[in-house]
Write a protein that binds this ligand. Structure first.
Ligand SMILES: Nc1nc2c(c(=O)[nH]1)N[C@@H](CN(C=O)c1ccc(C(=O)N[C@@H](CCC(=O)O)C(=O)O)cc1)CN2
Length: 286
């Protein structure tokens, strides 16, 4: 039984009047102080979204007792909701290939306490980044991928996800395309960093495309992974100004900074339960 006193409520339902009043009344009746609340009314789709950070006052209530009666109280709204204990860190599996900057940045931010996560493993289709993981005491799993063994390796990945209780997979410059079935299995719990400011320059070599096009901004996009390559709901983007003097190599160097910022921002927003996926877009309560 959780003894934590702080929790996050995420909820969405069809838009109608009285939702906030009903939820806040329930929380007040259960000795909860609301320290932060965001809501969004998607008028186009008549859908309502809210996030509340709450602190239990007194000793009568627990997170479990608040969860227990909530469904009955919001039945009329047919609400989709979750309550998360802020003391429980999300279990995260990091996936990488050969580029090390996103993994290095996430490990640093985790070490500095910026990202409330438990890293359960680093999985890679190459051995290059094993030392970076193991010096942090993190399990490293090498799963080389070929056209012939792709399905077998994806099943091995799913086994690791199941045995570790992974709640979020982060593709930190993992350069293999996930199959449709794996994307369905990981729907809403896999985030990828794409090394361009989407929707521009999809695929594997966006910086060369950017140089050819002569762009004045270079950027990166963190999005939920879907079977449509680089098309998933965008969570965070980051850009930097560039100009005609930038070679492709220099664009790649600037791009690295935008990738680490966009990915860390997206992962942090997800870990803090600030993101809703809706109609292939995202709602992010910052
Ligand atoms: N189902 C999805 N899988 C992945 C996505 C995604 O959006 N949906 N994003 C990629 C990352 N990525 C761009 O951000 C990307 C990575 C790799 C490729 C690619 O063409 N890979 C080749 C192999 C390249 C190699 O072996 O080095 C391939 O898989 O045939 C395109 C885009 C991660 N996965």
């Amino acid at each position: 039984m959780s003894t934590s006193k702080e929790f996050i409520l995420k909820a969405s339902c069809d838009a109608t009047s009285g939702i906030v009043a009903s939820v806040s009344t329930y929380l007040a009746e259960h000795d909860c102080y609301i320290s932060e609340m965001h809501q969004f009314d998607d008028e186009e789709n008549q859908r309502f979204f809210m996030r509340a950070v709450c602190r239990i006052e007194g000793d009568e209530q627990t997170i479990d007792s608040i969860k227990a009666d909530f469904d009955e109280h919001v039945t009329s709204f047919n609400m989709t909701w979750n309550i998360y204990d802020t003391n429980e860190h999300v279990k995260v599996l990091l996936m990488v290939s050969k580029f090390d900057h996103c993994l290095d940045d996430l490990l640093y931010r985790h070490r500095k306490g910026e990202l409330p996560m438990e890293i359960v493993a680093v999985v890679s289709n190459h051995k290059d980044l094993r030392p970076m993981a193991e010096r942090e005491g993190i399990r490293f799993v090498h799963l080389p991928v070929t056209k012939e063994n792709k399905r077998e390796q994806e099943l091995a990945l799913l086994d690791i996800i199941a045995e570790t209780g992974t709640e979020l997979v982060v593709l930190a410059r993992y350069m293999q395309i996930l199959s449709d079935s794996l994307c369905r299995e990981l729907n809403g719990r896999a985030i990828n960093i794409h090394h361009s400011f989407l929707p521009g320059f999809k695929g594997a070599k966006p910086y060369h495309q950017a140089h050819e096009r002569g762009v004045k901004l270079i950027g990166a996009t963190a999005h939920y992974v879907t079977s449509d390559l680089d098309e998933g709901p965008i969570i965070a983007q980051s850009v930097q100004p560039v100009d005609h003097t930038y070679s492709p190599e220099r664009l790649v160097a600037v791009g690295r900074d935008t990738e680490t910022v966009a990915l860390a921002t997206a992962v942090k927003m997800h870990l803090e339960h600030r993101v809703f996926m809706h109609n292939n877009k995202s709602i992010v309560f910052k």
